[in-house]
Write a protein that binds this ligand. Structure first.
Ligand code: MG
Ligand code: ZN
Length: 457
């Protein structure tokens, strides 16, 4: 039994059992591998019209291979993750475009270009944060939703200035421009040159109601020009209405009514799981274990997702408009880059818990559109046990009690493994969910979400 036995297991097991019982009708409708005729259930799940809320969950680098690896390990080959239960599933293309020749595709995207795709409906170059190839800012779904009267939230396990959370709220020509003292690649965007400032400054200026993640170091940088010159970005946030929290305990005590900026670490948040390091000749079969070095003051992704949904739900009650919330499992990608199978699986499993939380909310609030997707494919592949590849492999004993060998071979051993250019899954439930079926383009998701929320763009 490879599933981890942490102190949270009992609570999670109860929660999952309850969710599973409630989920039977929709699971039957979605049910991959179902043997019954699902025609009527699928027909019933096709709902058009308006959504009060949109919850978009994004597994960074969570290609079909990463999903399959996590499923095999955690629930077995014939098991199903929460994200497998969404009633509408399709695939979308993820390519970027070339900066100097935007009429040509760049087949392997990064998180900045792909995020700009669903955040704005526009293709751009790798590294761009919600700007066109010529540097022109384009409005995002979060900005449009906020302007229309929706509550908004942005949650991640990475730095809040990382590409995926940044594309919703900031516009800079290079994803590296995370703080006012880190603007080397973005002279045009710097405050001292009349620009809108770094990603950290723009996060605060755009001002989502809820921002939770890492990246404290950039909020501690000093603003270089304008009204807040000489103060830190965190002080700018407080001066413009944010309560700033820095521990899981402080977050748990936040009540609705005031905007909240939670940063729970200087960089990305700590990993959930640890395990064997792949090598050129493979490893003995082993299992993953909880990362005991993880700081207890950091909330887990599902803790942040639960809090964000609760706050935004409460704050939008009685309003004509609900909320838009993005929740990112960021370190699936980062641990793929690091060729760390238990790292990436642990992050996928935690992300899947957040999906379960969003789906439970969707069942009690069916006017919510829930989307689960990824931004690009990644390196990890399931290969035959007993073989080696040109890269590094490790073997894990799964929930099935069988061995699964995972290979990382998109870069030389020891260097950062690379993204891939494959299409990835996009799944949905609720109003407008049918628009993710078939094969679509990543940029189409912007229009699906904008239509669901009735946004003018
Ligand atoms: Mg990301
Ligand atoms: Zn990456």
């Amino acid at each position: 039994m490879p599933a981890l036995h942490s102190r949270r297991t009992a609570v999670v097991a109860v929660a999952l059992t309850a969710a599973a019982l409630v989920a039977i009708p929709s699971a039957a409708a979605a049910g991959a591998g179902g043997r019954s005729d699902r025609t009527a259930a699928v027909r019933k799940a096709v709902v058009g019209g308006h959504a009060r809320n949109v919850i978009m969950l994004l597994g960074d680098g969570m290609g079909d291979s990463e999903i399959t690896i996590a499923r095999n390990y955690q629930v077995g080959a014939d098991g199903r993750l929460a994200l497998d239960h969404l009633p509408m599933t399709g695939e979308y293309t993820t390519y970027a475009v070339q900066k100097d020749h935007p009429e040509l595709p760049d087949y392997v995207t990064d998180s900045a270009a792909s995020g700009t795709g669903w955040a704005t409906g526009h293709k751009t170059y790798n590294g761009a944060i919600s700007v066109l190839p010529d540097g022109t800012p384009v409005p995002t779904v979060l900005e449009l939703a906020k302007r229309a009267g929706y509550r908004t939230g942005d949650v991640t396990t990475a730095e809040l200035q990382d590409a995926t959370p940044a594309v919703l709220v900031a516009h800079v020509v290079d994803r590296g421009c995370k703080g006012p003292q880190s603007m080397d690649g973005c002279a045009v965007n710097a405050k001292e040159n009349g620009g809108a400032g770094s990603i950290a400054e723009q996060l605060v200026q755009t001002g989502p109601d809820v921002m939770l993640g890492g990246g404290q170091q950039y909020f501690d940088q000093v603003v270089q020009a304008g009204r807040f010159q000489g103060r830190t970005v965190a002080q700018q946030a407080q001066a413009t209405g944010y309560q700033v929290v820095r521990t899981a305990d402080q977050l748990s005590r936040v009540t609705p009514g005031q905007k909240v900026l939670g940063t729970f670490g200087p960089n990305n948040l700590d990993l959930e799981w640890v395990g064997p390091t792949p090598t050129a000749v493979g490893t003995a079969s082993s299992t993953c274990s909880a990362n005991t070095a993880r700081t207890a003051s950091q909330p887990h992704l599902d803790d942040m997702a639960t809090k964000a949904i609760s706050l935004l739900d409460r704050e939008s009650r009685g309003s004509r408009h609900g909320f838009f919330l993005q929740i990112e499992g960021a370190s699936i990608d980062k641990q793929d880059h690091a060729a760390n199978p238990c790292g990436q699986i642990g992050e996928t499993v935690e992300f899947d818990k957040a999906v379960g939380t969003a789906m439970a909310y969707q069942r009690s609030h069916p006017d919510t559109l829930v989307i689960v997707t990824a931004d690009h494919g990644h390196t990890s592949q399931i290969v035959e046990t007993g073989t080696t590849t040109t890269g590094a492999t490790a073997t894990l004993r799964t929930h099935d009690g069988a061995d699964m060998t995972i290979s990382y071979a998109t870069a030389p051993i020891g260097s950062s493994q690379q993204h891939t250019g494959t299409e990835v899954r996009v799944a949905a439930a609720g109003p407008q969910a049918a628009n993710v079926t078939g094969v679509t383009n990543q940029t189409d998701l912007f229009f699906t979400m904008a239509r669901a929320l009735g946004l003018r763009h």
